[in-house]
Design a protein around this ligand. Sequence first.
Ligand SMILES: C[S@@+](CC[C@H](N)C(=O)[O-])C[C@H]1O[C@@H](n2cnc3c(N)ncnc32)[C@H](O)[C@@H]1O
Length: 219
Amino acid sequence: MARDPERRALSTGSDIRHPLFARWYARVIARSAERDQNRARLLGDLRGRVLELGCGTGVNFARYAQSVTEVIAVEPEPTLREHAERAAASAPVPIEVRAGQADHLPLEDASVDEAVASLVLCSVPDADSALAELRRVLRPGGRLHFYEHVAAHNRVGRALQRAADATFWPRTFGNCHLARDTRGAIERAGFRIEHYTRLRLIDAEFPHPHILGRAVLPV
Ligand SMILES: C[S@@+](CC[C@H](N)C(=O)[O-])C[C@H]1O[C@@H](n2cnc3c(N)ncnc32)[C@H](O)[C@@H]1O
């Protein structure tokens, strides 16, 4: 059940509409994301059938390697999905863009080898439900590759993030939350983190702490 009033108003079926955010993201952030070398690290070691959760404009698509046989990219925001469909047409591997939401993925159980989450677990209504769904669709031994911004370690930074989360931030930036403990949520969902790095992207458009890493679903 959607608790956030904006989401309740704008969410229908597999779609979540954030038209202003989507236009801004497509114009400003997705373009700068194309230069983000952390995405190359995120996507460098993928193979087989891949789910990309909340693919946005499809900014990752050009980076998929030939070892990937197929990507199912799920995106609930219609404007972003249109961009993603265009990006899929020129991608180096077959990519199908589907409407859908993280807590109800349009995929069979144990049907993908790898999952990719980049800057999306901050924006889903409930990261625990999203990760439970990722578990369902990943095969045993499958891997989750993540690149996410997370809560600050220091108390002042975290307090500022929480204040922003409680007021203007989510409704301005497509339900993004700054103070999530995404690494903890990944572990709580039953994944084993194989490795991760904590990054401080102080010169980036989005200067919050990020984590970049890989987790595996135990067999
Ligand atoms: C900050 S954007 C990141 C887009 C893209 N992953 C990237 O790396 O640039 C957050 C994305 O999460 C998507 N999103 C938000 N709620 C979602 C949900 N419930 N299920 C799946 N995706 C969701 C948004 O539509 C948007 O594409």
